[in-house]
Design a protein around this ligand. Structure first.
Ligand code: ADP
Ligand code: ZN
Length: 294
């Protein structure tokens, strides 16, 4: 079986395929353009590289409810050309194979959970990306969580640092978590790209102050076995230890965790590939669901 995966990002699309065990055999990427043109590129790729099913991890907001008439339609995104675009049904019509779609971060969570090399694969795991935006996907007791819409963890309210006067860069809420702790928040505050700041710059502890609130709150709300922190900003080596410290401070010994925090909150296992691997896992599920229905 050859399973396709699509990581449909707001700036970049990744298409690839592999086997059901998560081994990627081929991948390519291109810039996200208008929906019709971008779907054409996806369709061309999977016409050239035939697969049995496809899983899609999409930017959002997007309708992720399989029972919904608009399943796989992009909702009110700031990328206006994509608003109300029936993304999944366009690809399904053209390619005629089983497909499933979920959020990009849910796919990354699924990839990390399903292909985990730990002796016992985690039954519950949250994947957070800290990049241009902040987003989170939750895989709880072996299922991806959607709830009413789908989680938008990047936009939670956080307690502001008493010395932080930056207004925040979220176009909707200004100083939500994304507004205060994403990559662009570093540019907004320090007028330089995040990757240019040295490891000992105070930006990192300030960002960890906010991100540690999120990780502590996730342990208190969803109680995941693992929290994976990915995305461009997490490439800064100072970040993870500072976030672990802040999480510990916030929890204040309240939770009797069965293992040390650094074994719970970690970087991704599949550097940059969790999303595509998760999309392939979702494609595998689509194939199985079709088999079961026949
Ligand atoms: P996206 O979120 O758009 O998918 P990324 O996850 O790569 O993309 O995140 C991009 C953000 O990460 C940018 O704001 C960039 O400045 C920041 N970034 C990229 N590399 C690093 C690095 N080495 N250290 C800190 N921040 C980085
Ligand atoms: Zn926001």
């Amino acid at each position: 079986m050859r399973i396709g995966g699509i990581e449909a990002g707001g700036t970049k699309f990744v298409c690839g395929y592999g086997t059901t065990d998560g081994t990627i055999e081929h991948m390519t990427s291109f810039a996200t353009g208008n929906p019709v043109e971008t779907c054409r590129q996806v369709i061309d790729y999977f016409t050239k590289h035939r697969v049995d099913a496809i899983g899609i991890g999409a930017f959002g907001p997007v309708d992720v409810k399989e029972q919904s008439l608009s399943y796989g339609t992009i909702l009110d995104t700031p990328k206006t050309a994509w608003r109300q675009f029936p993304f999944l049904s366009t690809l399904k019509q053209a390619l005629g194979i089983p497909m499933k779609l979920d959020t990009d971060v849910n796919c990354a969570a699924l990839g990390e959970a399903r292909f985990s090399t730990e002796a016992e694969k985690p039954a519950s795991l949250v994947y957070i990306t800290v990049g241009t935006g902040i987003g989170g996907g939750a895989y709880i007791e072996h299922r991806l969580i959607h709830g009413l819409l789908h989680p938008e963890m990047g936009h939670i309210t956080v307690q502001r640092h008493p010395h932080d006067t930056y207004g925040g860069c979220c176009p909707i809420h200004h100083d939500c978590l994304e507004g205060l702790a994403s990559g662009p928040a570093i540019e907004g505050r320090y007028h330089t790209l995040a990757q240019m700041l040295p490891e000992d710059h105070p930006a990192w502890s300030l960002h960890a102050y906010y991100l540690g609130q999120m990780t502590a709150n996730l342990l208190l709300t969803l109680s995941p076995e693992r929290i994976i922190l990915g995305g461009g900003v997490m490439k800064q080596p100072a970040m993870l230890p500072l976030i672990l410290d802040e999480t510990d401070k916030r929890l204040h010994g309240y939770l009797q965790l069965p293992k040390p925090l650094h074994e719970i909150i970690t970087k991704p296992s599949f550097d940059g590939l969790s999303g595509l691997m998760g999309a392939i896992a979702l494609g595998t599920d689509a194939l199985q669901a079709q088999g079961a229905a026949q």
